[in-house]
Write a protein that binds this ligand. Sequence first.
Ligand code: PGA
Length: 254
Amino acid sequence: MNKTLRTPVIAGNWKMNNTPDETAALIAALTPLVANAESTVVIAVPFVDIAAALQATLGSNIAVAAQNVHWETNGAFTGEVSAQMLKAIGVPYVVIGHSERRQYFGETDVTVQKRVRAALNAGLQVILCVGEVLGERKGGITAQIVRAQTEIALAGVTAEELKSVIIAYEPVWAIGTGETATPEQANEVCAILRDLLARLYGKDAADRAVIQYGGSMNDQNAAELLAQPDVDGGLIGGASLVAEKFAVIVNAAG
Ligand code: PGA
C-alpha cells in the first residue's frame, strides 16, 4: 500500500450542535490553527448552520459538509434536503449513513445506497460511514458487516465516481463512548475495506481511496491512529467541537 498516494481527510462531525453564531465563532477560532494543515479539513454542520459556515470559511482551507441528504431531487418530502439544494448553495461534501442515522432514524443499507447515488449525481463528495455494533464485533463478524454495508452502498458507483467517495470506518461501540478502537483494530478494518475496493475497482483505485477511522478520536490518540498505514484520516465528533482539540488532530495528519 502506498500511503503517499492519498491526502488524509480530517472531518469534524458537529452532529446537532451549534447555532449559526456559534458556528461562526468556532470557525474563526479554528481557521488560524489549521491554516498550515497538510490534510484536507472538513466540518459537517447542521443544515441551519451551513450558510454561516460557508461564509465563515471563505478564503480558508476548511470545507463544509452536510450531515445527510435525501435521494430525491425535490417533491413532497417534508423535512428533507436534496443534493441539488446542497450543490446550489456551494456545499462540497455530505456525510451519508452515519450510525446515528442508522440507529435512530431508520437508515438502512438500501437508503444509504440511494443517498450516495443522489449525492454523486449532483456532484457532491461523499463521506460514507460504515461500522459494526458491539455484538457484531464480539460475534466475530465485523469484516462481513462492513464489507456488506460498503458493497451495498457502492452498488452502481463507478471507478470514476469512487474518487468522490471517502469511506469512514466507525465502529459503533466507539462512537461517543470514549472507547476507541486500538490503532491495530482500526487499521485492520480499514485494510479490509481497501481490499474490498481492490476487488471491486482494482488495486490502483483502492490505493487512492481515502479511508478514515472514526470513534472517540481525540487530541491524545489521533497521532497513533493516523499513523496506521491504512488509516487516511478521521471523522471526529466530540473533539471537533473544541477548536484547539480539533486542530491538534488536523495537524497530527499529513
Ligand atoms: P465521536 O463521534 O468522535 O464523538 O466518537 C464520531 C462520529 O460520530 O463520527
